[in-house]
Design a binder for this molecule. Structure first.
Ligand code: 13P
Length: 244
């Protein structure tokens, strides 16, 4: 897996007009880019950012999607509509959604199914919180978080998924995970994926990634890409991360 994948998660940080402005500066910054750079704006900005990214090297992603295809599901966003906007990736089970919105493993497996049906690549997010880290329970927590999704995938013959390891205590804190420790977790995730019959599963790291520490996670044998929050809100700083 030589080509790295860089995903910008803009969360709910930008108003629609700020998202348009930022998307335009990304297009300038990534004009000649050859790799995989994905931007996930919030739902309200997806349509305008989709238009801005047309015929550019930048790919569109979504931060979530509905577990249902279409129907009476107030407030939900269908994978059908994300695909129509040319979304190529979707974040699933970000820790902010798991904790604030109580998303369950069963729900996440249904969302993965919706994404795959529309050929949108699901990026399943996993990671331990500070208390779990203190107790040395990283592997057990991640195993439990992956179980629902991996069971679903192996029972349905699905073999494609991306996983983002985002330790919750590292998100937005400036305290990135020690790269060696993060790599141990990556290997645990890979082992679990292999056991579930998944062959090539790109594993990304996220949590206080900056231009200064990005390269530490991308060493040979390291992570297959990065999922970036705060430092992805600016085209120049995300551009520097992508060049790491
Ligand atoms: P930060 O890069 O701001 O720590 O956020 C990481 C994240 O949650 C990306 O999904």
């Amino acid at each position: 897996m030589s080509q790295k994948i860089f995903i910008a998660n803009w969360k709910m940080q930008l108003s629609p007009s700020e998202a348009i402005k930022t998307a335009k500066s990304f297009v300038k910054q990534f004009k000649t880019f050859k790799g995989t750079a994905v931007v996930c704006p919030d739902f309200l900005s997806l349509t305008s950012v989709s238009k801005i990214f047309k015929d550019t090297p930048l790919l569109l992603g979504a931060q979530d999607l509905a577990a249902f295809e279409r129907g009476a599901y107030t407030g939900e966003i269908s994978a059908l509509d994300l695909a129509a906007l040319n979304a190529k990736y979707v974040l699933i089970g970000h820790s902010e959604r798991r904790s604030y919105l109580q998303e369950t493993d069963k729900l996440l497996a249904a969302k993965i199914r919706m994404a795959l049906a529309q050929k949108i690549k699901p990026v399943l997010c996993v990671g331990e919180n500070a208390a779990e880290k203190k107790q040395g329970r990283e592997a057990a927590v991640i195993k439990a978080q992956l179980k629902g999704a991996l069971n679903y995938l192996s029972n349905n013959g699905v073999r494609s998924l991306l996983i983002a390891y985002e330790p919750i205590w590292a998100i937005g804190t400036g305290l990135n995970c020690n790269p060696e420790k993060a790599l141990n977790v990556k290997n645990t995730i890979l082992e679990l994926c292999k056991r579930a019959g998944l062959k090539k599963t790109p594993i990304l790291y996220g949590g206080s990634v900056t231009a200064e520490n990005a390269a530490d996670f991308l060493v040979p044998g390291g992570f297959d890409g990065l999922l970036v929050g705060g430092a992805s809100l600016n085209a120049k700083s995300f551009g520097k991360i992508v060049k790491s």
